[in-house]
Design a protein around this ligand. Structure first.
Ligand code: TYD
Ligand code: MG
Length: 451
């Protein structure tokens, strides 16, 4: 008889362990492993289920994407939704996932398509009220409040939509599943059932997924590999700006970014995010530096601020980062200490990216470094200067990718000088390149006295 294997699966990250342990070996969460019965193992013979074809004869028609009608979403998806594809939209509660999808649903129905919006979190009345606020009441947008997967499938059979939206995956359950509702196994089984349904009916499906506080999709990896596309909707709760990012995309590139603004009448596209980011910037303040980032294909100017304070009575200095990668912040602080002798060993250092954006790329290292040095010295970086470059552990500056596009964006917004690594490409007209080999040289070029 085939042996039934038991594994223990982490309900936070989806990692597995052959035996129960108190702390997940993958994500180090305490008490998160749940027993899960595996399928019987053993070798069986399988017949081929499809016909192999020469590569040149593969039919690409099936991958034809249809615009949703929300231009910013279509841009991110590289055209629109593919029939039979399954898209997971992740984001923190309150970021605007339901709002975005209601707008997508309504836009699709204006193209004469039928959309079924299954609300497993809110009542149909609540969804209708929101749709009224958004002005998205259309005759072919259907609503159903269901939480069981077979009931959702029955609704799909009854409405026969072109697109199915499930809000959200984590509030669905599958009555055939033996695992607890909300567990990773349940979430995965619900997702798998919906993926089968999508493929069988060539139904474009969008699943809303929750993310945990550190930004990972809850229950997550296990769902990510089941679906064709994973989108992440991000933004700070207290800011209006939202970014739609592609994490995985079987039908196109993953480096596109959509920008939205949450308004009283729903989400609107942001035509010029750089200008918006810099709108409230105060010139001449120490600790403020503008970096031309590249988010997806899109150049974005972002203000980085740093504040350096003396360490009080605390046993260890504080390093707080908001929107700036903590690991990179620590590295930059260490390099400044070791390579230019900045007295940061006992100082508290705060760094933040303004506007609720997340700056994770190494190309922002130099901006973080100059913001810190500017705050430390109480000397502002000239307000017409942008800064870009990666810092190596030796304090050397390294080039960043697509520097021309970044600098072109800076020139467009009226900046006149850029501090860049020695071998960076020539800047566009109107922008003067200040070239530096080391972080120390860059500090001097910014007019900040070295410690
Ligand atoms: P929601 O779409 O419910 O977020 P999610 O589904 O990701 O949990 O929207 C969340 C917030 O957006 C909510 O706090 C109210 C706000 N909001 C607006 O500011 N304007 C609007 O037009 C709508 C519909 C919502
Ligand atoms: Mg919601």
């Amino acid at each position: 008889m085939a042996k039934v294997k038991t594994v223990f699966r982490c309900s936070v990250c989806g990692g597995t362990s052959p035996r129960w342990v108190g702390r997940c070996p993958s994500c180090a969460e305490w008490n998160s492993l749940v027993e899960e019965l595996g399928s019987p193992s053993g070798d069986r013979e399988h017949a081929a289920t499809t016909q192999a074809v020469p590569i040149g004869e593969v039919d690409l028609q099936a991958w034809h994407s249809v615009p949703t009608g929300v231009p910013e979403v279509d841009r991110v998806l590289g055209g629109g939704l593919v029939a039979g594809s399954v898209t997971l939209l992740g984001g923190e509660p309150g970021v605007g996932k339901s709002t975005l999808l209601l707008q997508v649903a309504a836009a699709m129905t204006r193209g004469e398509r039928r959309v079924l919006y299954v609300s497993a979190e809110e009542s149909v009345q609540q969804v209708r009220l929101r749709a009224e606020r958004l002005g998205t009441i259309t005759p072919t947008l259907w609503l159903a409040a269901e939480t069981a997967v077979p009931a959702v499938v029955a609704q799909v059979a009854a409405v026969s939509p072109d697109c199915l939206i499930i809000d959200s995956l984590h509030t669905l359950h599958h009555p055939d599943s033996a695992s607890a509702p909300g567990s990773v196994t349940q979430v995965r089984e619900c997702a798998a059932a919906l993926v089968r349904e999508a493929k069988a009916r060539a139904l474009a499906t969008i699943l809303v997924g929750h993310v945990t506080k550190d930004g990972a999709l809850a229950g997550p990896r296990v769902v990510e590999h089941l679906v064709d596309t994973v989108l992440s909707f991000e933004g700070e709760r207290h800011h209006a700006l939202r970014a739609l990012r592609v994490v995985k995309h079987r039908f196109g590139s993953t480096d596109r970014l959509g920008m939205f603004e949450m308004t009283g009448a729903g989400l609107g596209a942001v035509p010029d995010p750089s200008r918006l980011f810099l709108a409230d910037r105060r010139a001449g303040v120490p600790g403020s530096v503008v970096v031309p980032m590249l988010d997806g294909h899109r150049p974005l100017l972002v203000e980085i601020q740093a504040l350096v304070g003396p360490n009080g009575q605390a046993p260890a200095p504080r390093r707080a980062a908001q929107g700036v990668d903590r690991g990179r912040l620590s590295t930059v602080v260490a390099v400044l200490e070791q390579r230019v002798g900045a007295p940061l060993g006992r100082a508290d250092v705060y760094a933040s990216a303004i506007g609720g954006v997340r700056v994770c790329e190494p190309g922002a290292d130099l901006a973080v470094a100059l913001a810190i040095m500017s705050s430390l010295a109480g000397e502002p970086v000239p307000s017409e200067v942008v800064v870009c470059g990666e810092i190596g552990l030796g304090g050397e500056l390294r080039q960043v990718n697509q520097c021309e596009r970044r600098l072109a964006e800076a020139a467009r917004l009226g900046f006149t000088a850029a501090i860049v690594p020695r071998h960076a490409p020539d800047p566009p007209p109107g922008l003067h390149a200040l070239r530096a080999t080391t972080v120390g040289e860059a500090i001097a070029l910014a007019g900040i006295p070295l410690p």
